[in-house]
Design a protein around this ligand. Structure first.
Ligand code: GDP
Length: 298
């Protein structure tokens, strides 16, 4: 929790400062309430959350004025309510091999998250195989191989420019033949062309189903918190092209935009399985609604 609080300190400090700056009058008036709502929206928490907190404060505090502390208390409670239903651990992964398709825009932290997760699953006694189906970037393939060495997991990779679906197919075949518990498939997240992205992911899914009709068992979308409102568009896009089953939100260390996770939860209600709080192998934390809410609200 200390690491989370430290990581989210930029989000909560900015919020506290901005709240103190607008809550200067003895009594609340509509202008002050407008400013309060603005502060919350600018903290990326989403319009719904901002309106709700405003109306609670207005109802309870109108004749008394409100301190930043009082607002933070209300905010903490409201954020907890929104995050509680989405804070869900990873599924038990009873299917063998359990196939994860890992999707997201390039640079959000897909490969790193796969490495961290492989490590976590292995410490739970699971045997993990990785597949480098982002075949467009040589660096992505290399990066996954480095993680594979670090966590001692085999990496199935083809040459740059080869068919991503072929890599996914070989990855699943290898996982089946070697009796792996979990297969994690890294994919390319080029946004230049939505129909290309859709075709590519659809083809990967199609070939996986030739070997295992239920695959993929999970579609994990990796989102970068520092992209703020953009992350909302990314959820929408990947929902359409890949049918997301769960989220990991990365780079929550040292960003002032941690509030975006609340807006995502409110808008989509997708499970958040874990959060990324650094570049290291252990910098992946389970997602706890109350801890997160209190870390943001300060
Ligand atoms: P990909 O293109 O989606 O596969 O992204 P990468 O996994 O290559 O990550 C892009 C950059 O973000 C790398 O420099 C990672 O070390 C960094 N990164 C990934 N996750 C986190 C995180 O939780 N916190 C921080 N600070 N950096 C991260």
């Amino acid at each position: 929790f200390a690491q989370l609080r430290e990581g989210l300190s930029r989000t909560s400090n900015a919020l506290t400062e901005n709240l103190s700056a607008v809550l200067t009058k003895e009594k609340l008036d509509e202008d002050t309430l407008d400013d309060l709502e603005d502060v919350l929206i600018r903290a990326d928490l989403g319009v719904e959350m901002a309106e709700r907190v405003r109306s609670i404060i207005a109802k309870n505090r109108y004749d008394r004025g409100a301190s930043a502390d009082a607002v933070r208390q209300v905010l903490g409670d409201e954020v907890t309510k929104v995050l509680d239903p989405v804070a869900q651990p990873f599924p038990a992964m009873a299917e063998k091999p359990f196939v994860w398709l890992v999707v997201g825009v390039n640079g959000t932290g897909k490969t790193t998250t796969i490495g961290k997760l492989a490590h976590r699953f292995e410490t739970q006694g699971k045997k993990v195989t990785l597949a480098a189906a982002d075949t467009f970037r040589a660096a992505a393939i290399d990066q996954l191989k480095i993680w594979g060495e670090r966590v001692n997991a085999p990496v199935v990779a083809h040459d740059v420019g080869s068919d991503p679906a072929g890599v996914a197919y070989d990855g699943l075949k290898r996982a089946q033949e070697t009796n792996a518990d979990v297969l994690m498939i890294d994919t390319a997240g080029r946004l230049q062309n939505k129909s290309d992205l859709m075709d590519e992911l659809a083809k990967i899914v199609r070939v996986l189903k030739k070997l295992e009709p239920e695959a993929p068992h999970g579609v994990l979308l990796v989102l970068d918190a520092t992209t703020g409102q953009n992350a909302l568009n990314q959820v929408e896009l990947f929902q359409q092209v890949a049918g997301v089953t769960g989220l990991v939100v990365t780079k929550l260390d040292g960003t002032a935009r941690g509030g975006i996770l609340v807006a995502i939860a409110e808008r989509f209600g997708l499970p958040v399985h874990a959060i990324g709080v650094g570049e290291g192998i252990d910098d992946l934390e389970s997602f706890d609604a109350e801890d997160f809410a209190r870390a943001i609200a300060g």
